[in-house]
Each structure stands twice: as C-alpha cells, then as structure tokens.
Design a protein around this ligand. Sequence first.
Ligand SMILES: NC(=O)c1ccc[n+]([C@@H]2O[C@H](COP(=O)([O-])OP(=O)(O)OC[C@H]3O[C@@H](n4cnc5c(N)ncnc54)[C@H](OP(=O)(O)O)[C@@H]3O)[C@@H](O)[C@H]2O)c1
Length: 258
Amino acid sequence: MKAAEMFSLKGRVALVTGASSGLGRQFAKALADNGAAVALVARRAGRLADLQKSIEAAGGRAMAVEADVTDRTAMARVFDAAEKAFGTVTILVNNAGVAQSGRATDMAAEEWRKVLATNLDAVFFCAQEAARRMLAAKTPGAIINIASVLGLSVAKGVAAYATAKAGVVQLTKAMAVELAFKGVRVNAIAPGWFVTEMNEEYLASEAGAAIKREIPMGRFGKEGDLDGALLLLASDAGHYITGATIVVDGGQVVAIRG
Ligand SMILES: NC(=O)c1ccc[n+]([C@@H]2O[C@H](COP(=O)([O-])OP(=O)(O)OC[C@H]3O[C@@H](n4cnc5c(N)ncnc54)[C@H](OP(=O)(O)O)[C@@H]3O)[C@@H](O)[C@H]2O)c1
C-alpha cells in the first residue's frame, strides 16, 4: 500500500480533548488535514470555535464542543454530539492535561486530586467511554493517550504529574491487552518538552535553558514534531501496534547527563 493511503484518515471520526491550545490544537489540525472529521473538546469555547473555523477554511471538518473532561456526564454528551454530527468516534486523542510544580511535601490535597483527576482519571473515563462505543458499533478504533517523558523518568517538583503520567502508560498497556482482540488499539505518546501555555514561563527561565542543554537534539519540541507519531498510531499504518508508548523527545530520556 502507498504511504498516502496507509496514513489516510478519510472517513474516520476523531475526538481531541484539550484542543483549545498547545499540543491538542496541533493534533486536531493534523487529523483534520489527513481526512478525519474532528470533535474539538475543551472548556474555552471561543478558542475551539476559532480552531473549527480555521480547520473548515482549510477544507476540513470539525465541530466544537465545550466540556470539562473531569465531568463524566458532560463527556458522555460530547460523544453523543460527535456521533450525531459525524458518526461513531473511532479515534480518541486523550490530550487534556494540567501542569504541576512544587515539592511533594508542600503539596495540598486539592492540588494532588486536581492533577490526578484531569491527567489520569479523565483519561481512563474518556477511553472507557470511547471503547464502549466502538465495541457497541462493532468498529475498529484507535485510542491515543498523551503521556509524558515524566511518566517514564522523574524530576524534582512533579510528583503528582509524573505519577499520573506513569499511570497513563500502564493504563494504555492494560486497556490494549483487553481490547486488542476487538480491534481497538490503545497506545500512548510520551512527548518531551514542547513550549506551550502549560510551561512557557518555566522554559523561558534559566531552568528551562538548563533543560534544553540536556536535550541531545539541542532544542525543545516544536509544532508538527508529534504529527508523525500521531498519524502512525491513528491510521492503518499502525494497525499492528497496540500497548506501545512512543517517546518523542529529541533523545532526552535516553541521555545520561554529562
Ligand atoms: N508541553 C509539553 O512539554 C508536554 C510534554 C509532555 C506531555 N504534555 C502533555 O500534553 C498535553 C497537552 O499539554 P499542552 O502542553 O498542550 O498544554 P496546554 O497548552 O496548557 O493545553 C492544555 C489543554 O488541556 C485542556 N484542559 C485542561 N484541563 C481541562 C479540563 N478539566 N477539561 C477540558 N480540557 C482541559 C486545556 O483547555 P481549556 O483550558 O480550554 O479547558 C488545553 O486545551 C497534556 O496532557 C500534557 O500533560 C505536554
């Protein structure tokens, strides 16, 4: 099969959480550019509407649905709306997430719960909702969870975030083995550092410059650097890949300091 055909998402329906900024915005654009109809989900409705317009102006199909991913009832309504407009969601990109910083000994219980609720609980419940619907519709599908290199290694000040992302990596494997026989693939992408609203201040600081010096490719990730991994996992090009976590980090996680 030709590469363009293998990677084509024509006729697929995707749902991207956290599409109002950063990585999620780019994931939605890449999916739409390659033929998928995309449901855009986040809390900032104005930004989703702008993205919908720009996808449509480029000839793609998208709809904006405002929702909080930690609200399971609202998310069920989002899947209903996407299904009504485009058909069963067959690609879920579980991307919405929040950052965290601060030492474990100083962390308030509310902060811990917020990070785990958004970065792990919501990932599970959205994946569960998507998988149940794919099974009911007897359609194959792809669930792509956005983990992080901090789910594989750790740094100081990210206990809740790293714990949630490590959970995402394990959840990906656990759901993959349960769903493989039904044709639903579950994979993860573990990005390294990408400058987004989540971390732009931190990465512009001296601490950010120090991180950059440790990245073998000598730079942070930029727009488009995750498109290849995303399209591989979303399309038929990745049809025998499940339970995997693809690291996209310019070599950072395998490098030893020095
Ligand atoms: N940037 C990096 O270096 C990096 C590295 C590794 C992994 N990641 C992961 O990549 C994902 C995207 O992060 P980003 O860097 O693109 O950050 P970002 O620009 O801050 O985007 C975060 C997105 O998540 C959405 N979101 C947060 N809480 C939500 C909630 N309760 N309900 C619905 N949407 C919610 C936000 O939308 P609203 O505020 O409009 O709701 C926003 O669209 C996250 O899972 C993050 O952990 C990022």
